[in-house]
Design a protein around this ligand. Sequence first.
Ligand code: ADP
Ligand code: MG
Length: 219
Amino acid sequence: MIKLENLTKIYDTDGVKTIALQNIDLQINKGEFVAIVGVSGSGKTTLLNILGGMDIPTKGNYFFDDMDISHFNNKQLESFRRDKISFVFQNFALINSYSVYKNIEIPLLARNKKNRKEIIQRCMKQMNISEYAEKKVSSLSGGQKQRTAIARALASNSELLLADEPTGSLDTENRDIVMDCFKKINDSGKTVIIITHDMQAASKCSRIIKISDGKILLD
Ligand code: ADP
Ligand code: MG
């Protein structure tokens, strides 16, 4: 499903070059449940952003099925993200003044979905947040916000779910709840890739990829 070949990402900020990823070769098959681990600054977010079509590599190739994403223009990247990717952002990226229900509705409105109510109810049920449907996000706990963010990602029903540090701000109990949710999503046939620096969370995945200084250290 995913194949990275000799992938390199170099950021250039006012002439200062930072090598975030160096010659990455990686293959991830459909249905895998992968944890990407590594210390802060090792390149995890850069890798996830490229996988999610939010950024492009400086060198090398990214194949998704038979598409070469590395040469996509902005318009092509936009449809790639819409059709193939569900993304759970590190800071939730929820709208605080909206209810749980309304937040989950956003990707469905963007896709002009007709049966929104049905989809939203299914996703809330899957994440165990149905009882908070009409609550404003600002009044939820960290764990409830994280589950809302995952439910919103699920609503788009994409084949690849990416999550940047989904358990980062959670206590142990909520971390286990959230990891069980990802496990269930994976069991339902989706490919799931999460970033974490929590080895307890990573141990629930079926594959752990460790990156260090922009290189794969262990797989
Ligand atoms: P991680 O998610 O593992 O903490 P990142 O992928 O965010 O790592 O960062 C990898 C390296 O790239 C770091 O040295 C970071 O400072 C640098 N970096 C990340 N994003 C940018 C950016 N937009 N511009 C310049 N440098 C960046
Ligand atoms: Mg990061």
